[in-house]
Design a protein around this ligand. Structure first.
Ligand code: ATP
Length: 327
């Protein structure tokens, strides 16, 4: 080994996602099981710069596997995007004698990790924790499955009232520039359509959705709108519909941060536990600047550069399924 890793730091960063706690627990326990000391870093890169660090024992991660959010807190930090900010972060690592870092977050977190690792020659392993599922090289990110189930439950409830009042519900779904959550939630909830950034123009998608609803003489329709598929999100789509199809009683529901909360599903807990253990294994195998992910049920190491740069495809069969099943 180039040099021995005696102490690791672990942090959660960017948007929180259900299952991050399960990952922190797994990292902590797997490290300690391998004789490595664990220092928890609070508030992501901000806490790393500000030296918000505490040594963790196995007991510190007791009773958290079922909890949503992150006990380490999360934060966004503009300062870490600067060289001065990252220098401060490096000074904390030196002071705390942290030899390697495990970062749990999304593509922004990994972008920062990659730069930091390059500049200061630090072993860093990324664990994908985001509800967006927009990282390349892993079939699922931690929190995605829980968010999907939360959205499905909310849409099921909306359908009850939508049917009673014969309305068109537009439901705005999170996802930055990725439509995975929206498309999969639409299939799971039996929605009439999904409007996502990866497909056609919004006007075309909308015409399809409305056209289908009319053809079927449905007395209620649910359309899931990815927040950034169109500027202004679901509200903007509602304005178009109200103008062109005033016959519809259109209602907008923005699920917002509801989508991030809640106790993680079994799938997310198992994924987080496997990836947490795999992250420590990756360090022991002298991996650097990789994300641990899951492909076809197997743990894989993916260079951070690929995880953040390559775009994951929306599966055509899923898109087709949604179209076919909403006739
Ligand atoms: P999610 O997609 O779930 O919100 P994320 O990890 O993509 O998660 P971001 O807010 O994009 O969330 O990134 C988290 C943090 O990573 C930022 O607040 C910043 O400190 C750091 N970061 C993001 N981009 C960069 C960059 N280009 N250079 C350095 N650090 C960055």
């Amino acid at each position: 080994m180039e040099y021995e890793i005696k102490t690791i730091g672990v942090l959660t960063s960017g948007g929180d996602s259900p299952g991050m706690n399960a990952a922190v627990r797994a990292v902590t326990r797997a490290a300690i099981a391998n004789g490595i000391k664990v220092k928890a870093i609070f508030r992501g890169y901000k806490g790393l710069m500000d030296d918000e660090v505490q040594e963790f024992t196995t007991q510190d991660v007791s009773g958290i596997i079922q909890r949503g959010g992150t006990i380490l807190k999360s934060a966004r930090s503009e300062e870490f995007k600067t060289q001065e900010g990252r220098k401060r972060a490096w000074q904390t690592l030196k002071k705390e004698k942290i030899d390697a870092l495990i970062v749990i977050g999304g593509d922004g977190t990994f972008t920062g990790a990659r730069l930091f690792a390059q500049e200061y020659n630090i072993p860093i392993i990324g664990i994908p924790g985001t509800i967006d599922n927009d990282l390349w090289g892993t079939d699922s990110t931690i929190g995605y499955d829980t968010a999907l189930n939360t959205i499905m439950d909310c849409v099921d409830k909306l359908r009850d009232t939508g049917t009673s009042h014969e309305r068109l519900f537009l439901v705005e779904i999170m996802g930055r520039d990725a439509g995975f959550l929206t498309l999969n939630a639409a299939i799971a909830a039996g929605a009439e359509a999904a409007i996502i950034p990866e497909r056609a123009t919004v006007a075309e998608q909308l015409e399809d959705a409305i056209g289908q609803g009319r053809r079927k003489h449905k007395n209620s329709s649910i359309v899931l709108v990815q927040e950034h598929a169109i500027e202004g999100g679901a509200q903007a789509v509602a304005k178009v519909i109200e103008k062109e199809h005033p016959e519809y009683g259109t209602r907008v529901t923005i699920l917002g941060h509801l989508q991030r909360g809640g106790s993680p599903t079994a799938f997310d807990r198992i994924l987080a536990s496997r990836l947490g253990v795999a992250a420590i294994q990756a360090l022991l195998e002298e991996q650097r600047s990789v994300m641990v992910g899951l492909q076809n049920g197997q743990v894989v190491y993916v260079p951070l550069s690929k995880a953040i740069k390559q775009k994951k495809d929306i599966k055509d069969d899923k898109w087709q399924a949604l179209q076919v099943l909403s006739i």
